[in-house]
Design a protein around this ligand. Structure first.
Ligand code: PLP
Length: 402
């Protein structure tokens, strides 16, 4: 299968560990280092910062970096470049777009979300509702009941397209259309979508979206995040975090806030240039990548992994949909000793992660994974479980980050 892989050549765009036993199945948590990043970082630190000093903002084009990175992300998420901003974290961006959505539906008080949504999304929504103190109800419902829960009392839904635990995927177009038919707005979290497979925000007529820079986009630990606002909403929204970078004329230093015309109004403070340099260079790994092939290979990798793991061992319950059409780019299995099994696998170089309470999660990034890697990983999983080699105290010690 590797010989027929049209994306095989893109693996060279990443700097993966030399050790052949290392199979990286955690690019959905932290993407690996793209080969273009180290040199670009060195130049940014030593030449641009070191020699240009403050002149770097103009001379090295630092001030335009967020828009440049946003343009590269726009293609991956099916959005016009000028409706995407790179800034802040996913959590902060959710706060901003949810506040904007609520301001567009002032008479409605309900926000629908998934009970199993990523906790930060739930915390941010609850925090905003508390802050606004206007009787907002953040209503978490079960995956299958979300559509029915959206009616004409709902201001907006905020859903993560792909569930971070199970990998189950919402139908973005259908759910958005249903919300619109009820007069509600659609906010999509693309944390487990952007860079894993093509997203079509324009086609789905999404109102708002947010997403992560450090997962499938490989922007580096704590990379800035992105946000999207549909063009028609932009003129009507005032940023909840009105910072000087969102001002029409930041360097007029005027005391009153006047929002920038475009998507820049949704940005707040000074962009983190070193992180952006890495992120912008990392995004070049997607240059010339046919996004439809990305989806095809992602589905093949996941199918291959499920079949190989199930052939190698018993006692694992598949937590991910078998149907590739409703699955993101990850495969999860449940096991009561999932944490220890994942640690034992990591000790052998097969790097996945564990999500409480019992999910062993494996992410599949089509640009650098080979079918041979998947084969090796599945063999190791089978071996760890059959031999019970996970059953050691050192594999049960919980680290700070899981
Ligand atoms: C990873 C992830 C986040 C992370 O948010 P940060 O602000 O970057 O910590 C948010 N939402 C979802 C759905 C995620 O998967």
């Amino acid at each position: 299968m590797d010989r027929n892989d049209v994306l095989a050549g893109f693996r060279a765009r990443f700097r993966l560990p030399d050790d052949e036993n290392v199979v990286y199945l955690d690019g959905n948590s932290l993407g690996p280092l793209p080969a273009s990043v180290p040199m670009r970082m060195r130049e940014a630190v030593e030449v641009e910062w070191g020699r240009s000093l403050v002149r770097g903002w103009n001379d090295a084009g630092w001030i335009d970096l967020p828009a440049r990175a946003a343009g590269k992300i726009a293609r991956l998420i099916g959005a016009p470049a000028d409706s995407v901003a790179v800034c802040d974290s996913t959590s902060v961006n959710l706060f901003k777009v949810l506040a904007a959505a609520l301001s567009l539906r002032p008479e409605r008080k309900v926000v629908i979300t998934d009970v199993a949504n990523f906790p930060t999304d739930l915390y941010v929504a609850d925090g905003l509702a508390r802050l606004l103190d206007r009787g907002y109800e953040i209503k978490p419902v079960q995956f299958d009941q979300i559509e029915a829960a959206i009616d004409d009392t709902v201001a907006a839904f905020m859903l993560t397209e792909v569930d971070y635990r199970t990998g189950r995927m919402h139908d973005m177009g259908a759910m958005t259309a249903h919300a619109h038919a009820c007069g509600a707005l659609a906010i999509w979290d693309l944390a487990h979508s952007a860079g894993a497979f093509p997203v079509d925000l324009t086609g789905a007529r999404a109102d708002f979206a947010i997403g992560c820079g450090y997962k499938y986009l490989n922007g580096g630990p704590g990379a800035p995040a992105f946000l999207f606002v549909a063009e028609k909403h932009l003129p009507e929204i005032a940023p909840a975090i009105a910072g000087w970078m969102g001002h029409l004329e930041p360097f007029a230093f005027s005391p009153g806030f006047v929002p920038a015309d475009g998507i820049a109004r949704m940005t707040s403070g000074t962009p983190p240039i070193l992180s952006l340099v890495a992120f912008d260079a990392a995004l070049d790994a997607f240059d010339g990548v046919d996004l439809a092939s990305l989806r095809v290979k992602s589905q093949q990798l996941c199918d291959y992994f499920i079949a190989a793991v199930e052939a190698n061992c018993e006692g694992l319950e598949l937590a991910t949909p078998r149907d590739a059409g409703v699955r993101g780019s990850q495969v999860s299995f449940r096991h009561p000793e999932g944490y220890a099994i994942v640690q034992a696998l990591i000790a052998r170089g097969v790097i996945g992660d564990f999500r409480a309470p019992d999910i062993m999660r494996f992410g599949f990034a089509p640009l650098y994974l080979r079918f041979a890697d998947i084969h090796h990983a599945a063999e190791q999983i089978g071996d760890v479980i059959k031999t019970g080699s996970w059953d050691e105290p050192r594999f049960k010690q919980k680290a700070k980050v899981t």
